[in-house]
Design a protein around this ligand. Structure first.
Ligand SMILES: [Fe+2]
Ligand SMILES: [Fe+2]
Length: 315
């Protein structure tokens, strides 16, 4: 039990240090003389877009049970602010390469890939399970771990002095996000078998690499194979899976191993059909899953028996 508990997150201390990423002395102009190779610059585009998408994610989360907890909304306010500046800094890297960033890139992406119905899906999902916040916190730490791992891999692959310094500063803030989500997930999972079953099921059915629901499948595949595809990347991916294993009741999910298998192997027709809903921005996936949760809850109340979220045959 002790291995799972760790140190509770100190929100007051975080409030004192949270803030805009300090990049005032980052020499972005250096990228003009020493640009990143195309394959890594494509990863920076993905990271810029996803960091900058945090405000949309926040919009959805504020329509859920998370909104009822002032401590969560307090954290999320500062978390979203920090993520915004990560996106802004990565945008400056793109600009130094003569590429569009910020509003120019994001407007097109939101028009093409963000559903106006998304908040409804999230409201339904939150209403369908009392364990929604446990799901939110666990997805949070998994996404922060994978983000941190992605930055570490980009730093190692690029071996660029300016990018390395920028990414180290971003990763320092990501580390605090990890601490919050991990602590909050453990608080809700530890000793609660219902929460553990529900979160396991949600991770199996709904989790995919951060950003993959709003980025193209090709971009996601490129990011996964470029940063996690080689032997060194596989080590980082395996470490993330081991960290997930240590969360209460979540051992053996192998999420990153599954992502690597999915993106390495040639895609079959069955796989394309099974994962097709994700390419629509995740709205239909979340709605379908909320429907499953609601049906399970109705069945449980009519039989007066305990229930768990139905498991997918494809999990
Ligand atoms: Fe970030
Ligand atoms: Fe983060």
């Amino acid at each position: 039990m002790l291995r799972n508990l760790g140190v509770p997150f100190d929100l007051k201390s975080y409030k004192r240090i949270a803030g805009r990423l300090d990049d005032t002395d980052i020499d972005y102009a250096a990228f003009r003389d020493e640009p990143l190779p195309d394959d890594l610059l494509r990863c920076v585009r993905y990271m810029h877009d996803v960091e900058s998408h945090t405000s949309c994610y926040l919009r959805n989360l504020l329509n859920t049970r998370a909104h009822h907890d002032p401590a969560i909304t307090e954290f999320m306010t500062m978390w979203a602010f920090e993520e915004h500046w990560h996106g802004d800094a990565l945008g400056r890297v793109l600009e130094a390469h003569g590429e569009a960033s910020g509003e120019t890139r994001l407007s097109a992406m939101r028009r093409a890939r963000v559903s106006g119905l998304a908040p409804i899906g999230w409201m339904a999902f939150s209403a369908a399970t009392r364990h929604f916040v446990a799901i939110h916190m666990t997805f949070g730490v998994v996404n922060e771990w994978t983000t941190q791992g992605g930055y570490a891999r980009l730093l190692a692959r690029a071996d660029h002095p300016v990018l390395s310094e920028l990414l180290r500063r971003i990763m320092k803030q990501e580390g605090r996000h990890i601490d919050y989500y991990r602590s909050s997930a453990i608080e809700r999972l530890d000793g609660d078998r219902g929460a553990q079953r529900t979160v396991r099921s949600a991770l199996r059915h709904l989790w995919s690499p951060v950003g993959s629901k709003v980025m193209s499948r090709d971009d996601t595949r490129h990011l996964v194979t470029t940063l996690f595809g080689g032997d060194d990347g596989a080590v980082v991916a395996a470490r993330i899976d081991r960290r997930i294993d240590q969360l209460p009741g979540l051992d053996g999910l192998g999420l990153m191993a599954g992502v690597l298998r999915q993106h390495r192997a040639p895609r079959t027709g069955a796989e394309l059909l099974r994962t097709g809903a994700r390419s629509t921005g995740g709205y239909s996936t979340v709605m379908a899953y909320s429907g499953q949760l609601s049906a399970a809850r109705r069945a449980a109340s009519s039989s007066s028996a305990g229930t768990s979220v139905p498991h997918s045959s494809t999990a």
